[in-house]
Design a protein around this ligand. Structure first.
Ligand code: SAH
Ligand code: F3S
Length: 481
């Protein structure tokens, strides 16, 4: 299925606009979530000031950085394999330095330097501003490490360099860390406590993108609906804030409104929503503004109340249905996608059937589905036995994927015959004479290029579909153009 995340396929070397006078060469690649890709743009920006331009050729790099993911064991194995590759290149180019960034750096800390002799530098997600100092240590022949997590750092003052950009769509991070403590998840340990970024700096970044011709922004966070700015600091310390801070705080609905109003011709998306934190005012704001896309990524993980409880998800199956019903009532054509985990400890066949029946009720537009992978240090690892046999996990996962594929096709078929606004992003991968873009629901739409260009908002009549792609023909510019 095309939309399942496969960590192996996500690694991508990135190029930035080359800055004149910079002579050192940085090869940076990212694995895992969008936040990592976005963080790499922050890192490239910090290192551009240290004289680095990026390169796509590993062989010519002075510095190789890999931004890593710990979410599943497979993701970590992928990075280990990349380190082997770097090792081979380092034999030819011994002065090349190698650094590990992101969640694996945070999780493994010093162990990385012990286990992987090739690694010179280990930097956690909140320590990127320390990179210039750490690099000087490395240049003096010492290993360097900073994995301190922060209460404040949001990189709000770093203007990211857009890497590998189509010039049309961009990610803007609005929160860092997560306080939810889902029992299977390593993110709260690797990315620290949740903190929000100053709305002013978010708006400034968006203004800058708009002035450079960008047409769509996705607001990023582990749990965007939990966004809360009250002058800085951790979300969990909000109770201690002053009355004035509380009265003037900005929540996620308000932030969405600020963005949508500031740029009525720009599209806004956001990811990810945790069902327990999504409020009616967010849904109402989405319904109110045409330029907030009708799409919500709303991971549920399981359809069984027992499993949801064991996962420490703060809602029941019934409450989730209520939320879905509210979304569909206020935004009838809203697309919804899921994340699902098959084979969480203690999951019975009946629990699994609950997941399938929940999916049958929602009929998600698409989904990201995974077999449970035990992560060291999580509550599930400490308190529960990973007791579902691998082949059972795989079989259940396959059943979930099969059902999702059926629903994806059902959903794409609902677009047939309609005329939908599409933002053109790039040439279609499969055909030089077709454009590829997305409609408001985040479904990919492919249509003949004619005289349109990247960045145009076009009305497209949908004539055909697969389970992942809509195929159509442009009928003119949309009024947003
Ligand atoms: N809120 C986050 C979730 C991050 S993890 C976000 O912004 O997307 C992404 C997905 O990975 C989760 O929703 C979950 O479905 C999956 N996942 C997390 N930990 C996992 C584990 N230990 N095993 C299998 N899948 C996991
Ligand atoms: Fe992980 Fe749950 Fe947060 S999945 S990122 S702990 S919302």
């Amino acid at each position: 299925m095309e939309k399942i995340i496969e960590e192996e396929k996500q690694g991508q070397s990135l190029i930035l606009d080359q800055q004149e006078g910079n002579t050192r060469k940085l090869f940076i690649e990212s694995y895992g979530c969008q936040m990592n890709f976005s963080d790499s743009e922050i890192v490239a920006s910090i290192l551009a000031k240290e004289g680095f331009n990026t390169t796509q050729h590993l062989e010519e790099a002075d510095l190789v950085l890999v931004n890593t993911c710990s979410i599943r064991d497979k993701a970590e194995q992928t990075v280990r394999k990349r380190l082997e590759k770097y090792n081979a290149v380092k034999k030819i180019n011994p002065s090349m330095k190698v650094g590990v960034l992101g969640c694996m750096a945070e999780r493994l800390k010093n162990k990385f330097l012990e286990e992987e002799k090739i690694v010179d530098l280990v930097v956690g997600p909140d320590a990127y501003k320390d990179l210039p100092n750490l690099l000087s240590e490395v240049e003096e022949g010492r290993n360097a490490i900073n994995v301190i997590l922060s209460k404040e750092e949001t990189y709000g003052d770093v203007s990211p360099v857009r890497l590998n950009s189509n010039g049309v769509t961009a990610f803007v991070s609005i929160t860092r860390g997560c306080d939810n403590m889902c029992t299977f998840c390593v993110v709260p340990f690797t990315r620290g406590r949740e903190r929000s970024r100053d709305p002013q700096s978010i708006l400034e970044e968006i203004n800058d993108l708009w002035s450079k011709g960008f047409k769509e922004v996705t607001l990023l966070g582990q749990n965007v609906d939990s966004y809360l700015w009250y002058g800085g600091g951790l979300k969990k310390d909000f109770e201690k804030a002053s009355d004035i801070q509380k009265a003037t705080a900005t929540n996620f609905a308000k932030l969405l409104e600020l963005c949508a109003q500031a740029h009525p011709k720009m599209r806004f998306r956001f990811s990810t929503s945790n069902p327990q934190d999504m409020t009616m005012d967010v849904i109402e704001t989405m319904a109110k503004f045409n330029n907030i896309c009708n799409y919500i990524h709303l991971p549920v993980q399981s359809g069984s109340n027992q499993i949801l409880k064991a996962m420490n998800r703060q809602h029941t199956r019934e409450e989730y249905f209520e939320l879905i019903d509210n979304i569909k009532r206020l935004i009838p054509d809203c697309a919804i996608s899921q994340d699902m985990i098959a084979g969480f400890p203690t999951e019975t066949e009946a629990d699994h059937q609950d997941t399938l029946s929940l999916m049958e009720h929602v009929k998600y537009d698409f989904g990201f589905m995974f077999a449970y992978s035990e992560r060291p240090g999580t509550l599930a690892e400490r308190k529960m036995e990973d007791d579902i046999p691998e082949d059972t996990k795989k079989r259940r996962l396959n059943e979930i994927i099969q059902l999702q594929q059926k629903h994806s096709l059902y959903r794409t078929q609902q677009h047939l015959g309609k005329v939908e606004e599409v933002l053109i992003e790039k040439a279609s991968k499969k055909s030089d004479v077709h454009w590829s873009g997305r409609n408001s629901q985040n479904t990919v739409v492919v249509f003949p290029k004619e005289n349109y260009k990247v960045g145009d908002f076009v009305n497209v009549k949908i004539t055909d579909c697969t389970s992942a792609t809509l195929i159509g023909k442009a009928v003119g510019y949309s009024e947003n153009n």
